[in-house]
Design a protein around this ligand. Structure first.
Ligand SMILES: [Zn+2]
Length: 246
């Protein structure tokens, strides 16, 4: 469940995220009444099993059975804004009714693992994996335009509007608008690890220093927001509350 909003006197509209039908809005009749039997399974950021009826305008929830409320996540209030950011990101990134079982698995596992792992690197992993699943992953190991490998050791230019890193020669003739970030090759190496397979195993032992964290906290969201064409408002909340690298 990605989002819940009030509708009418006691109803609600929820945005479901399903493995085979993608994002799906659904009407929940009487959801806000205290005695509603649909109340517990239709809370935000829970995983439930639904029976839907295709009404004239909205699919309507007839039955629901709560599978998990992610209890460890709810025990620690400081994780909630981060979890909301992940849900907001899926909502912004995936077009309605486009199935993405990979993104579904990514969100479900991330909500489960958020209180158990390094939360900042989990969020960066989520962003990097989302880019990869949507086919927007950047070119990180060579120049996007001339395909030449980048010089070892020195900082490189990361240009979201170009789709990755540019060598000095290509940067000097690059005419598109947009931000250019000077980053260390080490940060790009960490990014490559985050977008790799079996990310959850790597995250249990990944150690990332403060400088790389700071660079990744700039360039991964900047790249994501460039391709989404919007800023995810819930991200600002994380920095206010969570004290992540900015
Ligand atoms: Zn080049």
């Amino acid at each position: 469940m990605l989002k819940v909003r009030e509708y009418g006197e006691s109803d609600g509209i929820i945005i479901l995220f399903t493995p085979l039908q993608g994002k799906l809005p659904a009407l929940v009749k009487g959801m806000r009444k205290p005695q509603s039997r649909l109340r517990s399974g239709t809370q935000q950021l829970c995983c439930s099993r639904f029976l839907l009826y295709q009404g004239r305008s909205w699919p309507r929830v007839i039955q629901c059975e709560l599978i998990t409320l992610y209890p460890r996540l709810r025990e620690r209030a400081e994780f909630l804004p981060w979890a909301l950011y992940l849900a907001a990101l899926v909502e912004a990134a995936l077009p309605p009714r486009e199935p993405s079982p990979s993104l579904y698995f990514l969100l479900k596992e991330s909500l489960r693992l958020l209180p158990l792992l390094d939360p900042e690197m989990l969020i960066r992993t989520f962003e990097a994996q989302t880019l990869k699943i949507l086919g927007w992953e950047p070119c990180l190991d060579r120049c996007v335009l001339c395909r030449q490998p980048l010089p070892e050791g020195s900082r490189v230019s990361f240009v979201p509007s170009a789709g990755g890193v540019l060598c000095e020669g290509c940067l000097s003739t690059y005419t598109f608008q947009g931000a250019v970030y000077q980053v260390s090759p080490g940060s790009l190496k960490v990014w490559e690890q985050l977008e790799g397979s079996r990310w959850w195993r790597k995250l249990f032992r990944l150690q990332v220093g403060p400088n790389f964290r700071k660079e990744l906290a700039q360039i991964i969201p900047a790249f994501l927001e460039y391709y989404l064409g919007e800023k995810i408002a819930a991200r600002d909340l994380i920095y206010k509350i969570g004290g992540l690298s900015e």
